[in-house]
Ligand binder design. Structure first.
Ligand SMILES: [Zn+2]
Ligand SMILES: [Zn+2]
Ligand SMILES: [Zn+2]
Length: 146
């Protein structure tokens, strides 16, 4: 599992809880709140607390396994990254079924200079994600996996 290699490389211990969190996101293939993850993990790890979930999700975000998403009602969600920081890329989410996808196309470099001129800032990095409706939802399909 490629995700295990990343944990190792980033010096995070490979624990059953961490693997369960990654598997949850892989299986579900949707973005989720820390609370959703907690409810799921409690089935197997009875004593797990919500703060543990928060901490792990934050760590995973730092190493690029998960990405943080501001979704409905400005709530924060996490979604799994399938490109694993191999290349510069962005994420697109479906606001209907909460699916998350990666895409590599980015033309920020083309407008960077103009924005720097406009703001007098030197831009060091950029982040964005796109919201939309996926093909399945457009066609009216239901694809609940968990
Ligand atoms: Zn990604
Ligand atoms: Zn959808
Ligand atoms: Zn970009």
């Amino acid at each position: 599992m490629e995700y295990k290699k990343i944990l190792k490389r980033k010096k995070l211990k490979i624990t059953p809880k961490r693997i369960a969190i990654i598997n949850y996101f892989l299986k579900k293939d949707k973005y989720a709140t820390p609370f959703d993850v907690w409810i799921y993990l409690k089935k197997n790890f009875k004593k797990i607390g919500l703060p543990t979930i928060y901490r792990n999700l934050e760590e995973f975000e730092k190493i690029g396994i998960l990405t943080k998403i501001k979704g409905e009602e400005n709530r924060f969600y996490y979604g799994i990254c399938k490109m694993l920081n191999k290349k510069h890329h962005h994420h697109i989410i479906c606001t209907s079924c909460h699916k998350i996808s990666d895409f590599e196309l980015c033309n920020f470099e083309q407008i960077k200079g103009e924005i720097e001129e406009m703001t007098n800032f030197e831009i060091k990095e950029h982040q964005f994600f796109l919201k939309g409706i996926c093909k399945d939802c457009k066609e009216g399909g239901v694809n609940e996996k968990i």
